[in-house]
Structure formats: structure tokens, C-alpha cells
Write a new protein. Structure first.
Length: 159
């Protein structure tokens, strides 16, 4: 008989997104994203981090203070990185697994890339204008979004 407790596609791809998030240097929120085609092939991954060539050790990671001295003006979001990391052509019809609901800016990129479904793990900034605007745009263009449903499975990686 075949093994029964294998992970579902959703758990597999969200697991990849969660693992990708562990690459982030952000000391408050680590985000990971994984883009998958309709045949369940992984096309790209990303996590939130400073742009290539911007030294992590010289960039600000603060949340508060003068805007120029916070991370927000510099950090590249996980979803945008996943989109930009794809060098294979079109992402049309793909779905994106992301550990945090996409912001309004990433949502614009998701729409323009032709991604058709968003699966998110956390919606901890649901009350912000950014998330409200993101949902408004997704609704308007018919991109579906759903929260990942946990399967009660705990995976421990002995790295
Ligand atoms: N959908 C999102 C939202 C945010 N991020 C990044 C941007 C920052 O590095 C971090 C959020 O920091 P916080 O305000 O929680 O301290 O997450 C992203 O990659 N994707
Ligand atoms: Zn974003």
C-alpha cells in the first residue's frame, strides 16, 4: 500500500514559501513566496530582502524613525522577488503561495504578471490600507485569493 501521510500540493508549496522566508534578514517579519504553474511545477521563489548589491549590513532594518532610515523604502518584498526571479518567460495562469497577504504594490505586479490565484498563510496586516487596496484590485480583476488551510501536520527539518 502506498504511503498515506504525504503532504498535499498546498502544504508542499506553502512549506516551500515558509522555508524561503527563513532566508530573510528582516528581524520582524520574514516573508516567503513560491510561484507554481497549473501543472504543479515550481517556477520561482522569493523572500523579502534588500535589493541585490545593497549590503544587508549597511541597510537599515528599523521599523520606526525617519523614513530614509527605516527598511520600508528599500526592502524588496517576497512576492515581487519571486516574480522578478523568474526568467523563464510568462507567469500567466500561475498561482502564488505567500506567507503574508500581498501588499498593494506586489498585487499590482501579480496582476501585471498574469498570476491568477493567491494563497496566503497570514493576513496580519488585513486592516491596513495597503491590504484593503490589494483586495480591492484582486476582486476587480477576478484574481482569487484564499487562506491556506493548515493540515495539522508539523514538519521538523533537521538541518
Ligand atoms: N506582503 C508582504 C508584506 C511585507 N513584506 C515585507 C516587507 C518588510 O520586510 C516586512 C514587513 O515588516 P514589518 O512592517 O512587519 O516589520 O515584510 C513582504 O515581503 N511581503
Ligand atoms: Zn509587497
Amino acid at each position: 500500500m502506498k504511503r498515506q501521510d504525504y503532504v498535499s500540493w498546498d502544504a508542499y508549496f506553502m512549506g516551500v514559501a515558509l522555508l524561503s522566508a527563513q532566508r530573510s534578514k528582516d528581524n520582524n517579519t520574514q516573508v516567503g513566496s513560491c510561484i507554481v504553474n497549473p501543472h504543479n511545477k515550481i517556477l520561482s521563489m522569493g523572500y523579502n530582502g534588500m535589493p541585490t548589491g545593497c549590503n544587508d549590513d549597511r541597510m537599515p532594518w528599523e521599523r520606526k524613525g525617519t523614513p530614509l532610515d527605516t527598511k520600508y523604502l528599500y526592502v524588496c518584498h517576497a512576492e515581487l522577488n519571486a516574480i522578478l526571479n523568474y526568467s523563464g518567460g510568462s507567469l500567466r495562469g500561475a498561482r502564488i503561495y505567500t506567507t503574508l497577504f500581498p501588499c498593494n504594490e506586489c498585487t499590482k505586479a501579480i496582476i501585471q504578471a498574469g498570476i491568477t490565484e493567491v494563497i496566503y498563510y497570514s493576513d496580519k496586516y488585513a486592516d491596513t490600507d495597503s491590504t484593503i487596496a490589494a483586495k480591492r484590485m484582486l476582486d476587480m480583476v477576478g484574481i482569487t485569493y484564499r487562506q491556506y488551510q493548515k493540515e495539522g501536520k508539523e514538519l521538523v527539518l533537521d538541518l
